[in-house]
Design a protein around this ligand. Structure first.
Ligand code: BGC
Length: 369
């Protein structure tokens, strides 16, 4: 990643600019002269996770308010379904595609079709689409920082820098087909591996990658809660006996954390002194509740409203023919993709009120408060 000249003023994402659907501009810019019709296809991976529902519906609402034509589709975590939905959007006249890929490696042919037939502008959403020149922009949170925050949280809470330990750690990683998963894992593992190597962290299951490159060996396909639960069940029955307890679980996100927590609870772990420290990401309702109930120590909030606003801002610039403002680049193996990158925030019991409730991310009543 490298910093580009332009800095996206995220605090100042303007929502009020009028006339998106008017679509006429002769300004110069990345989309070569503007004149892009605001006809947008949004392709999200699944409805099974709260965050993608929020992501999709919010961006759809912002765009519709501006008079754009919008087609929002969810692909049930099936790559073939996502490809055919994008094909339909192209056939339906989409000039701008916003795609959160299920598999970051397989969309080249359909995006090449989008370029050839519609000259569509393609924005990779949250997850990077690799191996193609047929994308234009990327919008995401700093994914390596998400993992780093999880790793640093573990180090701080366990007092590893004060020499505390040894502690039993069980690390998990995200879906092997999701480009983000490797960033989450390596961000965390860069922080934690030295403590594994010096013995302050011990991994009884042996599922401890020797380097970041081996992360997929502990990846949970499709980010599925039930698969994470089964994996944790297996580790508990196969590698823990007698008084041996899990002290800490590196969970890259909230859907995995839910499965891991269910497994621990059914094995008899109860919130309190011996309950392991568990990380997460997304600030899903169930997990924020788990934080309040002492069943999860932290989550990383990636405010989907801000990501949606950043993409909305990009689309306005594209439609107007203005230069699209980005602040970093990500290498997708074909080129350095201009990217709007946002900062994540750690959420614990101590700042749920401020970051989640006062910010309006989740209503207090939905958390039973
Ligand atoms: C997203 C996470 C999400 C995960 C599972 C990742 O690509 O960045 O926010 O938890 O996918 O859907």
């Amino acid at each position: 990643m490298s910093i580009t000249k332009k800095v996206l003023a995220l605090g100042a994402v303007g929502l009020m600019a009028a006339g998106l659907a008017a679509c006429s501009s002769d300004a110069e810019g990345a989309t070569e002269g503007g004149d892009v019709e605001c006809n947008v296809g949004i392709s999200m991976p699944t409805r099974s996770l709260e965050r993608w529902i929020n992501d999709g519906e919010q961006l759809e609402a912002l765009l519709k308010d501006e008079g754009c034509t919008v087609d929002l589709q969810y692909a049930d975590n099936k790559t073939s379904e996502q490809i055919s939905q994008i094909q339909n959007q192209i056939a339906g006249g989409a000039k701008i595609l916003v795609v959160a890929p299920i598999d970051g490696e397989v969309l080249s042919p359909v995006l090449s079709e989008a370029k050839k037939t519609q000259d569509a502008v393609v924005i990779s959403y949250d997850r990077l689409i690799n191996g193609t020149e047929d994308i234009d922009y990327y919008a995401t949170f700093d994914n390596a920082k998400v993992g780093k925050m999880q790793g640093e949280f573990i180090v701080d809470q366990l007092g590893l820098d004060d020499g505390e330990g040894p502690f039993n750690l069980e690390p998990f990683a995200g879906s092997p087909d999701d480009n983000n998963a490797k960033f989450f894992f390596s961000g965390a593992w860069d922080v934690l591996l030295p403590y594994v190597e010096n013995g302050q962290l011990v991994v009884p299951s042996g599922k401890s990658p020797k380097s970041n490159d081996e992360w997929a060996s502990i990846g949970i396909q499709g980010w599925a809660s039930d698969k994470a639960q089964a994996e944790m069940d297996n580790r508990l029955t196969s590698f823990y006996s007698g008084d041996e307890k899990v002290d800490v679980v590196l969970s890259p996100n909230d859907s995995l954390a839910i499965g891991i927590e269910a497994s621990l609870k059914s094995a008899g772990y109860a919130p309190g002194e011996d309950y392991p420290l568990i990380t997460g990401q997304d600030a899903d309702k169930a997990n924020v509740k788990a934080i309040l109930d002492g069943e999860q120590a932290m989550t990383v909030l990636k405010d989907t409203r801000k990501l949606g606003e950043a993409v909305f801002e990009m689309i306005k610039q594209i439609v107007a023919g203005d230069e699209v403002e980005t602040n970093v680049t990500y290498d997708n193996t074909k080129f350095d993709v201009p990217t709007a990158q946002l900062d994540p925030v750690v959420v614990t019991k101590d700042n749920v009120q401020e970051e989640i409730i006062d910010s309006g991310f989740i209503d207090a009543s939905e958390l039973g408060l």
